[in-house]
Design a protein around this ligand. Structure first.
Ligand code: ADP
Ligand code: ZN
Length: 432
């Protein structure tokens, strides 16, 4: 039932027609909000009726700052009495952002997540455990309603408490879990530390991982530790939450659901579209949202369209594993580096564990990078072995990031680990 064949495999021209029809509805709906009605008037877009998908380019981008400065209800396109849920992101730098949902919005979102989960093999006979935080973090309720919609037995375990997570997985014959990558690793380690092998001792077959950037190497590691297939899932609260794009069984890129969003990829500096297949910033327009439509929303997430068709038969375009957010980029000595490039190298060394921390610091007149990485269980205190290993890692990192970082191997479980998304970079530089 959640294999929506007609839509998922729709011929591209028909899919574009559907997008055009929904874009017209979205723009009409957006006009009902304070923010867009004023903006459209200012830009003389209020009389424009969209004739083709190209017309979307006439509309300005919407940014997180726009959401913040029209906090809390400037984007509401229906009366608040008709809204049934509000999600808000934490406001560490000024006002938080608010996303409003009508019941129809929540239904569409649940269907979208159910579609993703069905695609990677979840059925009503499965037992699904969600290890993400609930509350405002949309990975909680988003997966909860998606899995329930599909009919799976769903366990809202929420974040943390690894002993309890493991007990549930064992006692309830859990087959599928959702976790952020850093937590998937911790859960796997929890099993091994208790003398259990999740590959043999659990019924787990499938893992959905997302919410933070992770490398292909990290995915492979997690798959072999837990004995599962791991599928990359992408979403953000501004676009409902999880389910915006999801990997199919090919495990080579994420189908972005083009009946729910129009996706563009632009150069983050010039804001012009990049050439097909090139990396840029993902920009999304909602197509089925009634309470709070967003037009050309700049996600700040960097990815690319994967050219060509997918052998799974779905026609919705695929985007590549995320490189990170534009604001995750480290600029050190004039070189641009993404933490994910560092992770990719570290994960290739079986001597290394899964936790690492990049610290940027000013030493004398120079800015330097220190990479602390935990050793795996193969820990040895033989100084010359460790020294050799450090040298090899440094060498490979230099090839990847074109700078020589300081590498420090530390004991397992000695780096800080929070409950939410992992903090990989600490910037202690002067003048930043
Ligand atoms: P916050 O902005 O507080 O992190 P969200 O929970 O809405 O709020 O997080 C959305 C962001 O998480 C995305 O914009 C993206 O940067 C990141 N993200 C989500 N899924 C993935 C994924 N599969 N790979 C990489 N990054 C992801
Ligand atoms: Zn596919």
């Amino acid at each position: 039932m959640y294999w929506e064949k007609e839509i998922e495999t729709m011929a591209r021209p028909a899919l574009r027609d559907l997008q055009l029809e929904r874009l017209g509805e979205t723009i009409a709906q957006a006009k009902k909000s304070t923010y867009y009605s004023k903006l459209f008037q200012e830009k003389q877009l209020d009389k424009l009726t969209v004739q083709s998908l190209e017309d979307l380019k006439k509309f300005p981008f919407t940014t997180k700052d726009d959401l913040r400065s029209h906090y809390p209800f400037g984007f509401a396109a229906i009366p608040l009495q008709q809204c049934v849920r509000l999600h808000s992101s934490s406001g560490t730098t000024g006002n938080p952002t608010v996303v409003l949902h009508s019941q129809a919005d929540l239904d569409a979102w649940a269907n979208q997540v159910a579609r993703c989960m069905y695609m990677v093999g979840l059925r009503s006979t499965d037992v699904f455990q969600n290890t993400s935080g609930y509350g405002m973090f949309t990975g909680g309720l988003g997966f909860q309603y998606g899995a329930e919609r599909l009919g799976a037995l769903t366990i809202p375990a929420a974040a943390g408490n690894t002993k309890r997570q493991m007990k549930f997985i064992l006692d309830f014959d859990v087959t599928c879990i959702h976790a952020i990558p850093s937590y998937a690793v911790r859960l796997a380690e929890g099993f091994y530390e208790s003398g259990l092998d999740p590959k043999k001792d659990t019924k787990l077959t499938t893992l959905m991982i997302g919410a933070e950037p992770h490398s292909e190497e990290q995915r492979k590691r997690i798959e072999s530790l837990l004995g599962v297939k791991a599928y990359n899932c992408f979403g953000m609260s501004e676009m409902n939450g999880p389910g915006v794009a999801f990997e199919c069984p090919e495990q080579n890129g994420l189908h972005i659901w083009e009946d729910y969003v129009i996706a563009e990829i632009v150069n983050p500096v010039t804001l012009e579209p990049v050439a097909d297949g090139e990396i840029g910033e993902l920009v999304l327009t909602t197509l089925q949202r009634e309470a709070m439509p967003l037009i050309r929303y700049r996600t700040r997430d960097l990815t690319r369209f994967i050219p060509g068709t997918c052998s799974c038969g779905r026609t919705h375009r695929k985007i590549d594993r995320f490189k990170g957010r534009s604001d995750d980029m480290i600029i050190l000595k004039g070189v641009n580096i993404f933490p994910i490039q560092i992770e990719k190298i570290l994960m290739q060394f079986k001597e290394l564990g899964n936790n690492y921390l990049i610290t940027l610091e000013t030493v004398g007149a120079n800015d330097d990078m220190l990479i602390e990485v935990e050793l795996s269980d193969l820990f040895t205190d033989d100084y010359s072995v460790l020294q050799r290993l450090t040298k090899q890692i440094t060498h490979q990192l230099k090839d990847e990031i074109l700078l020589t970082p300081k590498v420090k191997l530390v004991e397992k479980n000695s780096l800080p680990q929070g409950e939410g998304k992992a903090v990989r970079v600490k910037d202690l530089r002067n003048n930043t």
